[in-house]
Design a protein around this ligand. Sequence first.
Ligand SMILES: CC(C)(COP(=O)(O)OP(=O)(O)OC[C@H]1O[C@@H](n2cnc3c(N)ncnc32)[C@H](O)[C@@H]1OP(=O)(O)O)[C@@H](O)C(=O)NCCC(=O)NCCS
Length: 168
Amino acid sequence: MLDFMDITKDNVHLYCRFDKNFEDDLSNFQSRIYPKNSDFFVPMIQNGLLRWSYLFFDGKIIGAIWLEKEHHSLPCATLGIFIADKEKRSQGIGEEAINRYIQMYKEQLKLTEVNLHVRKENIRAIKCYEKCGFVTEQEFEKADGTKALSMTKSLARRQSPVDFAKVS
Ligand SMILES: CC(C)(COP(=O)(O)OP(=O)(O)OC[C@H]1O[C@@H](n2cnc3c(N)ncnc32)[C@H](O)[C@@H]1OP(=O)(O)O)[C@@H](O)C(=O)NCCC(=O)NCCS
């Protein structure tokens, strides 16, 4: 069973276990395993700009997920995720984690959109994001020549005929 464990100043030291995973494997898929402003994560969380959690599966920490806003006035956040435990990939855990995490925090973070960047060759991740409703906005080349996609998921609720009836 998948669960989330908030990252706090008391348990953030456990995160360093992923540094080795990053060197050995995760760096093939992503350039960062920390939120952009992780050095200031306590005030970022207090100010409603960040949610950052361990992914906890069957009693074990297997990875992490975060939603990070650049500024209060912006209704969008960047999603970051990784499953460090290779054996736990491609079983639908990523899809469940992303869907549940966005659902849990979209109101608190006041989001109408979630964005991410993914390397074009990372088919598994792209497939996972598509299952969660992300669509490709743009293809671009990073400074090092890597091809990447910018993907976005809109959280804006479509107006139903009932909503229209309420305002008219
Ligand atoms: C990206 C990641 C979080 C996705 O989580 P996940 O639990 O593996 O994803 P899911 O199982 O929900 O979805 C992956 C899908 O890709 C499919 N897939 C896996 N490898 C594939 C391949 N080579 N070609 C096509 N499809 C593939 C899986 O079968 C699954 O689809 P399905 O549910 O229709 O069978 C996880 O794989 C991971 O941490 N990877 C390493 C780090 C990484 O890539 N991070 C993201 C950087 S942007």
